[in-house]
Write a protein that binds this ligand. Sequence first.
Ligand code: TTP
Ligand code: MG
Length: 341
Amino acid sequence: RAILHVDMDAFFASVEQARRPELRGLPVVVGGPRGGRGVVSTCSYEARARGVRSAMPIGQAERLCPRGVFLPPDFKTYSAVHERLIELLRGFTDQVEVASIDEAYLDVTGSRRLFGPPRTIARRIQEQVYAEHGLTCSIGIGTTKLLAKVAAGLNKPAGIGELGEADVGGRLRELPVGALHGIGPVTEEHLGALGITTVGMLQDVPFAVLAAAFGRGAHGLRQLALGRSLAPVTSRRPPPKSVGRETTFADDTNDVELLRAALLGLADRAVSDLRRHGLAARAVTLKIRYNTFHTVGRRRTLPRPAAATPVVYRALAELLDDLDVGVRWVRLVGVNLADLT
Ligand code: TTP
Ligand code: MG
């Protein structure tokens, strides 16, 4: 398997710098508010050079970095960028697992014939992310998610790195146990008390010692140290909140029969999307764009959720009858189904 782990660099701070280029190169701290009791969400690498870190009280960050640019978080913007980044990644494989607001795993095993070896894919992702968003990311390549994630962490910021099976007995051994995703600060301290600080030590310690200290968790820890998380990349996408279809006519029309026929086709395709997701809709919206580009939407709530074309079409046809479509010329019709269950 070829798995990529993509992690954005200083994500929130980089989004701020990308939309306000005058902030590039400056220590930017997102969090706050300044003088308040909040904490740092993240900060640019320039601020990290002065010791500022995520989750640090804002007052401490101000003392370390008095000239920092302190900004309140704008989650709406970050999550919009996140959505677009995930779409970009889905251009390389449909196996995309969203791991957090700024991280994803990609199984590119099946993408190599189309896009080339994993390193080439990683480079193309970095180029495209930078071209479209002005942001950098770090990408790890591995045969498991675990190795890919460690490799990304070792190559921050803006790098590409690879860890394979051969590195499990090599480079991986030198790393602190905390570098393994799944070993948090508590486990790290617990291991430290046993004198186990590196991945190599965790590989070598007699199993009985681990079992005595961690019971049934011992096996999982050993597997982590051996890079053997076999968890697949799971690309379960959240179910859609609405489905829609629309069409623009080659020539504007005021022919009501033609509009009805178009709506029937759109309803049928939207409803088959619904059924593919195992969903039914209660809200049916008709969209009409006139040749003047004036656009109207008319919505109807069905008495009960439906996933049948005739039911949806009937609602659309009634909504259509209430508009002056026989008189005015129409450029586009659309169907949207929402309130899904
Ligand atoms: P991270 O990927 O952990 O951090 P980062 O992207 O800012 O920096 P790095 O280059 O080291 O990857 O987290 C992603 C975003 O999640 C981060 O930009 C802000 C948010 N976040 C918090 O709000 N609080 C936190 O404690 C952490 C760790 C992250
Ligand atoms: Mg990040």
